[in-house]
Ligand binder design. Structure first.
Ligand code: ATP
Ligand code: MG
Length: 398
């Protein structure tokens, strides 16, 4: 009887990343360091790249059990690869291959239910004594003989597609966990996300992180009009976003004095858009200071009065960085769907109001223009207010 000896590892397939030509090495290195960061409290693993794939495995010196399931769960949140599979690897030996497949399949048929299957072999090592076709047939027959009541062959849509790769060692797997794809966070630089406690801005942050942007977040807090619970909600959202994009500094601006000043000096119908302009100016200045080249918001065209084209032009005109609004053409229902999928929805809908809902005019001007804005701001000392905001920032790293 041959000893059943195999090593568990995780195989990660690179998609778009593999196409990046000369930058490819940079992308792979970044992906590997992001994976390492995401797994940091599970242990130190050997993570390496080989032929358009990345592998995660136990270091030879480590004795603990390889936490396959926990790793798969964690790396769901990492951008920059297409799918992952838990894999068994063992020595390149024909008899061992059959014993390994036998025990692998036994675990899957232990539930007593019927399952269809198919074998797919890639024989990279051409010295292996059986060719792919023979192997698929022989292994298939072995499974049919062992589970005559449960196993059937289905070459088109099998329940289990057993994949075998014969390289220097043999790789066996069947499970494929799809990923979000995108680009590894950090590869595209950094973006400043205007993060409120709402549904949209966390999703906007997720979208841009999936294109490789590292995030910093800025939140305008209007205590006591918005309470500690509202702030905690934003911290919780930032923490969840941090699962996707790693280290995430959250800058909390004490916005109360500025908001009260606006309430006094700005006509009610212009209040929302002027408030948004103040937020954009402060975010832009902080971005300048932290060497960040773009801003991100959760705005969506026409959703509220401050998100008409005219209003967006007013908020855009006070900053010179590009403002990314990944939700601009997205239906609210689709945003909600994504928010649920990425587990930000339940935090976002907690009923603590943000300042925009408290200090909102009954009839905001729908189509403000730049002249309207300048008039509405004529009694404000803008530079003073911006400085005031910048001087009252508390930064938490989640
Ligand atoms: P959200 O669901 O993201 O709050 P919203 O539909 O409520 O968006 P607004 O309140 O008009 O829309 O805000 C538009 C965008 O402005 C938000 O998506 C967010 O990027 C930014 N924003 C609004 N309020 C704040 C705040 N208090 N702090 C930081 N950013 C904010
Ligand atoms: Mg909001």
């Amino acid at each position: 009887m041959i000893k059943i000896d195999y090593q568990e590892l995780i195989l990660i397939r690179l998609g778009e990343i593999a196409l990046k030509g000369l930058n490819r090495h940079k992308f792979e290195t970044r992906l590997i360091s992001n994976l390492r960061y995401r797994l940091r409290d599970l242990g130190i693993f050997k993570i390496y790249q080989d032929q358009s794939r990345v592998y995660i495995e136990k270091r030879p010196q480590d004795q603990f059990d390889f936490p396959t399931r926990e790793i798969l769960q964690r790396i769901k949140d990492v951008f920059g690869y297409v799918s992952a599979s838990p894999v068994r690897r063992f020595a390149n030996d024909k008899d061992l291959l059959f014993t390994q497949v036998e025990s692998y399949v036994a675990e899957l048929y232990a539930d007593g239910a019927t399952h269809s299957f198919k074998f797919e072999t890639r024989r990279i090592d051409k010295d292996f004594p059986l060719n792919s076709y023979q192997l698929n047939c022989d292994l298939g027959e072995m499974v049919l003989a062992a589970y005559p009541e449960q196993a059937t062959v289905d070459v088109h849509n099998p329940d289990f597609l057993f994949q075998i790769e014969i390289r220097q060692e043999i790789y066996l797997y069947h499970e494929i966990q799809p990923a979000y794809s995108g680009l590894p966070v950090g590869i595209s630089g950094t973006g400043m996300l205007l993060l409120s406690g709402g549904i949209d801005s966390p999703v906007a942050g997720f979208q841009m992180a999936s294109r490789g942007l590292q995030l910093e977040a800025i939140y305008f807090h209007t205590f006591p009009y918005t309470g500690d619970q509202a702030k905690q909600k934003v911290i919780d959202l930032a923490a969840r976003l941090g699962d996707f994009c790693g280290r995430l500094p959250l800058h909390i601006v004490d916005f109360t004095d500025i908001q009260l000043e606006l309430n006094q000096k700005v006509p009610a119908e212009m209040l929302t858009v002027i408030m948004r302009r103040m937020m954009m100016r402060i975010a832009d200045r902080l971005a300048e200071k932290n060497k960040i080249n773009c801003l991100i918001t959760g705005e969506s065209l026409g959703q509220v009065a401050s998100q008409t084209v005219a209003a967006l032009r007013c908020t855009n005109s006070v900053v010179d960085r590009p403002v990314f609004r990944p939700l601009i053409g997205i239906d609210k229902n689709d945003t909600i769907k994504l928010a649920r999928e990425i587990d930000t929805y339940d935090i976002s809908i907690l009923p603590y109001e943000d300042c925009c809902t408290i200090f909102v005019a009954k009839h905001p001007k729908i189509n403000p223009n730049l002249v309207d804005c300048e008039q509405a701001e004529q009694d404000l000392v803008i530079e003073f207010l911006v400085e005031q905001g910048l001087n009252k920032i508390e930064t938490i790293v989640v």
